[in-house]
Each structure stands twice: as structure tokens, then as C-alpha cells.
Design a protein around this ligand. Structure first.
Ligand SMILES: C[S@@+](CC[C@H](N)C(=O)[O-])C[C@H]1O[C@@H](n2cnc3c(N)ncnc32)[C@H](O)[C@@H]1O
Length: 228
């Protein structure tokens, strides 16, 4: 199973024993660059905007170390992740969050039970489009009519070759090929792939390219925001 390679990586990253890790350590756990992680990025601003519109029951699918949900005061916050170690770590750090381990394409929540649901830097780890589609439909299912959703940090299928060139240049050929052979590759999705689903599910969707200044691979990624 291709997705097992990624799963092992997230289980290992979640085994962090620091009791009060700083933002840099939390970013590293989530596979982010600690130097460029910004608590006031586009995703955080979008979440604040949802809260300001009184959308206060929030779910993060694939919440990792909890960088986006650990400081949402005044909200009822749920998170889940495939990695048991990530979920356990976040539970010990933030007792007020409702957390569970599950897979993004099979969410154990009732229909229309959240004002907001989102995933940040998660879809790239899905094994194929079929799983990504199931995960997106699940996210839409659990959002109430009028609620908001987002899929953030998606690898753009139309920019795949630019991304592969970047990886080849930064990793070198040997490591690049080793990762490919071991299934450590990212899923790429086109913007049209999301637009087709938005039409079918009657979502009002906006797709924004990431700011290339923000981090090294932002030039090949985009963010999807929608209302149901
Ligand atoms: C790059 S981290 C992002 C964590 C967090 N969303 C953030 O932005 O800081 C990716 C997370 O997605 C989780 N993940 C990967 N595949 C998943 C799946 N199929 N279902 C649920 N979570 C998954 C991983 O365990 C990991 O914690």
C-alpha cells in the first residue's frame, strides 16, 4: 500500500517528547519549515474571519501537531489525524480540543455538524484522486449549509514538472529516485478537478495561488476556499 510510507513518517514525527514545544518544534513535527511558519498566514486569517462571522464549530481534518487549532479561543474545536502519535501528542498539549484518530475519507461525524471544516497540507499525502475525492465529499458532508470549508496547500497538477525539478535540484538525483521508488511522492490535483466537484456539490468556490514569497514550494501550490 503506497500510503503506508507516509503513514510511518507521520507516526514517527508525532513521537515528540517535549512537554511544551515551541512553534518551531510544532512546525517541524508537522513537516513544515520552522523558519517560514507564520501563525498569521492565509489559513489563520481565514479561520479568524470564520470566527468573526460567528462560525464557531470548527473541524480540522489532518490536524497534525495542532498549529492551526491550538489557539482558537471562543470556538468549539475538533481535530483528527491518521497518525495516533500526533493525536496523542496534541491531546496532552491541548486538553480542550476534541480529537480522534481517523482517516480523512471516512469521517465519524454526523452530516452538517460543523460550521467550518478544513485541511491544510494534507491532500498531497493521499494515495490517489479517488481517495482525495472521497475525502473532499466527506468534508462537504459534515459542513452545515451556509458553512465554510478550505483545502489549503494543494500541489497543482499543472505545475508538477516545476515541482519535480525543484525536488531534483534540492535533493539530488539519488535521493529523488529513492523517494520515488519508496512511494514518497505527493499527489497533484488540478484546479479544474476541484471546480468540477464544486459544480456538482453546489459550492461557491474560490481558488487562490499561494504567494511564492512565503515558502520554497509555494510557487507550485494553491489554496481552495468554499461556502456550502
Ligand atoms: C504536513 S502535516 C499538516 C498538519 C497540519 N494540518 C498543519 O497544517 O500543520 C500532514 C498531516 O496529515 C496527516 N494525514 C496524512 N494523510 C492523512 C489521511 N489520509 N487522513 C488523515 N490525516 C492524514 C498526517 O498524519 C499529518 O499529521
Amino acid at each position: 500500500m503506497v500510503d503506508l510510507y507516509w503513514r510511518n513518517i507521520w507516526e514517527q514525527k508525532g513521537c515528540h517528547d517535549a512537554k511544551n514545544p515551541n512553534d518551531g518544534a510544532l512546525a517541524a513535527m508537522a513537516g513544515r519549515d520552522p523558519e517560514t511558519f507564520d501563525r498569521d498566514d492565509r489559513c489563520s486569517k481565514w479561520l479568524k474571519d470564520c470566527l468573526n462571522r460567528d462560525q464557531k464549530k470548527i473541524l480540522e481534518v489532518g490536524c497534525g501537531s495542532g498549529l492551526y487549532i491550538d489557539q482558537l479561543s471562543g470556538a468549539t474545536v475538533h481535530g483528527n489525524d491518521l497518525s495516533l502519535t500526533m493525536v496523542s501528542h496534541l491531546k496532552s498539549r491541548c486538553a480542550s480540543l476534541s480529537l480522534l484518530q481517523c482517516i480523512a475519507w471516512d469521517l465519524p461525524y454526523l452530516d452538517e455538524s460543523f460550521d467550518v471544516a478544513f485541511s491544510n497540507s494534507v491532500y498531497m499525502f493521499f494515495p490517489n484522486e479517488n481517495r482525495a475525492e472521497k475525502a473532499f465529499r466527506e468534508m462537504v458532508r459534515v459542513i452545515r449549509p451556509g458553512g465554510s470549508g478550505a483545502v489549503i496547500d494543494v500541489h497543482d497538477e499543472d505545475k508538477r514538472s516545476a515541482y519535480e525539478k525543484y525536488k531534483l535540484d534540492t535533493l539530488g538525483e539519488e535521493e529523488f529516485l529513492r523517494r520515488k521508488e519508496n512511494g514518497l511522492v505527493h499527489l497533484h490535483l488540478s484546479k479544474d478537478w476541484f471546480r468540477v466537484l464544486a459544480d456538482e456539490l453546489h459550492l461557491n468556490m474560490t481558488i487562490l495561488d499561494e504567494d511564492p514569497e512565503v515558502h520554497a514550494t509555494a510557487h507550485v501550490k494553491y489554496d481552495v476556499f468554499f461556502t456550502k
